[in-house]
Design a protein around this ligand. Structure first.
Ligand code: NAP
Length: 284
C-alpha cells in the first residue's frame, strides 16, 4: 500500500504543533500516514492547489482558512456557518472542508466535565469567540461577550448573527472593564497572555473571583496568568492545548473514522505541552 500523505498548510508556520499531534494520532489509531508541513504564502495558494488536492487530507491555518473555500467541492454545515475551514478531506477525489474548532472547544470542556448550559462569559469577539458563543448559545446557556470599546460594533454584529441562527439565544455584550455578576465559565478568546506577553490578563482578579471555571484558548504558555490566578482562586482551569488536541482528534474522525481512548488524548495533551515547552525553551 502506498504511504498515505497528509499536511498542514499556513504562513508563517515555523513553530506549528501539528506534526507532533497528528503523527501521534496516526500512531494511536493504527492508520499510518506521513504528515508534512507546507509553508505556502497567500499568493502561492492557487499554484499549490493541485499538489494539495493529491494529498489524502490536510489541515489549514492562518492565512488560508477562508481563502481555501472556493477551491473545495463543498463545506460542512459548521464550516459554512463560520466561513472558515481548518480540515480538508479528500473523499475519492471530492474535497470537503470542515472546521474542527467547535468540536475542539466542546470536547476540551466535556472531557473536564465543564458545562456550557450555565452563565458563560467570553472575552473577545473574533474567530474563536464566534465559535464559543455559538456553541454556548446552542447549548441553551446564557452568554455574555466582553470586549474593548472599539470592539463593541463587531461584538454586537456577532450577537445579531447568533440571534439569526438561534432565535431564543440568551446573549448580550459588555465592556471588559464593566463586567459584573458571577459566571459558571469564563472563556478567554483573546490573545491576551500569550507568549511573549505573558504578564497580561484579559480580566482583572475581581471578575475572576466570580468565575467557577476558566478556559483559556491561549496555549502558550500552558498556564497563562489568567489560569494561574483562577487556580489560586480555587476555580477549575482548562488550558488551550486541550482544545488544540481535540480539534486534531476531530480531523482524524473525519479522515479515518478514528476513535480514541480519552485517557490517550489527555496524555497527548500533556505531551504536547512538554513538546511546546521544548520548542520555546521555556520549561524543558
Ligand atoms: P481574532 O479573530 O484576531 O480575535 C481576537 C479577539 O481578541 C478580538 O475580539 C480582539 O478584539 C481581542 N483582543 C485582541 N487583543 C486584545 C486586548 N489586548 N484586550 C482585549 N481584547 C483583545 O483571533 P482568534 O482567532 O479569535 O484567536 C484568539 C486567540 O485564541 C488566539 O490567541 C489564538 O491563538 C487562540 N486560539 C486557540 C485555539 C486552540 O485550539 N487552543 C483555537 C483558536 C484560537 P478587538 O476586536 O478589540 O481587536
Amino acid at each position: 500500500m502506498n504511504q498515505r500523505l497528509f499536511a498542514v498548510i499556513g504562513h508563517p508556520i515555523g513553530h506549528t504543533m501539528s506534526p507532533f499531534i497528528h503523527s501521534r494520532l496516526f500512531e494511536l489509531s493504527g492508520m499510518p500516514a506521513e504528515y508534512r508541513v507546507y509553508d505556502i504564502a497567500e499568493s502561492e495558494l492557487v499554484r499549490k492547489m493541485p499538489e494539495l488536492k493529491a494529498l489524502n487530507g490536510f489541515n489549514i491555518t492562518i492565512p488560508h482558512k477562508q481563502s481555501i473555500i472556493p477551491f473545495l467541492d463543498r463545506t460542512d454545515k459548521k464550516a459554512a456557518r463560520f466561513g472558515s475551514v481548518n480540515t480538508v478531506h479528500s473523499d475519492g477525489g471530492v474535497h470537503v472542508g470542515y472546521t474542527t474548532d467547535p468540536d475542539g472547544f466542546l470536547m476540551a470542556l466535556k472531557s473536564r466535565n465543564v458545562s456550557l448550559k450555565g452563565r458563560t462569559l467570553i472575552s473577545g469577539s473574533g474567530g474563536a469567540a464566534r465559535v464559543m458563543a455559538f456553541e454556548a448559545a446552542e447549548a441553551g446557556g446564557s452568554v455574555t461577550l466582553a470586549v474593548r470599546p472599539h470592539g463593541m460594533p463587531k461584538a454586537e454584529k456577532l450577537v445579531q448573527d447568533i440571534r439569526c441562527h438561534i432565535g431564543n439565544a440568551d446573549i448580550r455584550t459588555v465592556l471588559l472593564d464593566e463586567i459584573s455578576g458571577s459566571f459558571d465559565l469564563l472563556a478567554n478568546a483573546t490573545p491576551v497572555g500569550m507568549y511573549p506577553n505573558t504578564e497580561a490578563s484579559p480580566v482583572n482578579n475581581s471578575v475572576l473571583k466570580n468565575c467557577a471555571a476558566v478556559f483559556d484558548a491561549v496555549y502558550n504558555p500552558d498556564e497563562t496568568l489568567l489560569l494561574r490566578k483562577a487556580r489560586e482562586n480555587g476555580a477549575q482551569t482548562i488550558g488551550g492545548m486541550d482544545m488544540l488536541v481535540w480539534q486534531a482528534v476531530k480531523a482524524h474522525e473525519i479522515w479515518d473514522s478514528a476513535i480514541y481512548d480519552p485517557a490517550d488524548i489527555k496524555q497527548l495533551s500533556r505531551d504536547s505541552v512538554e513538546e511546546m515547552n521544548k520548542i520555546f525553551g521555556s520549561k524543558a
